[in-house]
Design a protein around this ligand. Structure first.
Ligand SMILES: Nc1ncnc2c1ncn2[C@@H]1O[C@H](COP(=O)(O)OP(=O)(O)O)[C@@H](O)[C@H]1O
Ligand SMILES: O=C(O)C1=C[C@@H](OP(=O)(O)O)[C@@H](O)[C@H](O)C1
Ligand SMILES: [Mg+2]
Length: 171
């Protein structure tokens, strides 16, 4: 296994599942938000505050392209498909996995996450988050090669399910 890409809404577990997958598969984790933070030496909320979303999206595109040329587990950010160039890129990429969850689960995880700050969700109402999700779901489904339902599954169960599905695809 050379490369796989995790997509899905904020809170679906792309970063944490990505970390476990990279360990299990013995390939690097390419966490796009983390790469942006390292390159800019700024936090995600500071980039949004001081430079704006458009600037963040440009950086996100650059680190995605860089990662797609590398071996590893790519953990994208939930807004990766807001850029149509990224949609085209990922449509022609193999092993794109959509972590699909219910809005109530995603909202609960976003609200309870004390580690990651999410400028496009933390100060939003539940209705606003649900609307943002509704605007994005079709694209996640369109781009994905594999859809994994995350409800009531642990991170290890999801990791195992992804590894099994990838094995099946090879056969
Ligand atoms: N399968 C899971 N079961 C329980 N909690 C989870 C699961 N996946 C992720 N989480 C928790 O949800 C929060 C968001 O996870 P994260 O990996 O940052 O999501 P994303 O990168 O998709 O926004 C974190 O607090 C994480 O520990
Ligand atoms: O959905 C989005 O637009 C975003 C999702 C975040 O990543 P996670 O999906 O890992 O939380 C991060 O890239 C940024 O806050 C914007
Ligand atoms: Mg993440």
């Amino acid at each position: 296994m050379k490369q796989l890409t995790l997509i899905g809404f904020m809170g679906s577990g792309k970063s944490t599942t990505g970390q476990m997958l990279s360990k299990e598969l013995g390939i690097p984790l390419l966490e796009l938000d983390q790469m942006i933070e390292e390159e800019t030496k700024m936090s995600i909320p500071d980039i949004f505050d001081l430079k704006g979303e458009a600037y963040f999206r440009e950086l996100e595109h650059i680190v995605l392209i860089k990662s797609l040329n590398s071996r590893g587990v790519i953990a994208t950010g939930g807004g990766i498909l807001t850029n149509s160039k990224n949609v085209e890129q990922l449509k022609s990429t193999r092993n794109v996995i959509y972590l699909k969850g219910k809005d109530s689960t995603l909202i609960e995880r976003i609200k309870n996450d004390s580690v990651n700050k999410r400028p496009l969700a933390d100060t939003s109402t539940e209705l606003e988050i649900t609307k943002r999700l509704e605007n994005r779901v079709n694209q996640y489904e369109e781009v994905a090669d594999i859809i994994i339902e995350i409800e009531n599954k642990s991170i290890s169960e999801i990791t195992l399910e992804i590894m099994n599905q990838l094995e099946e695809m090879k056969e």
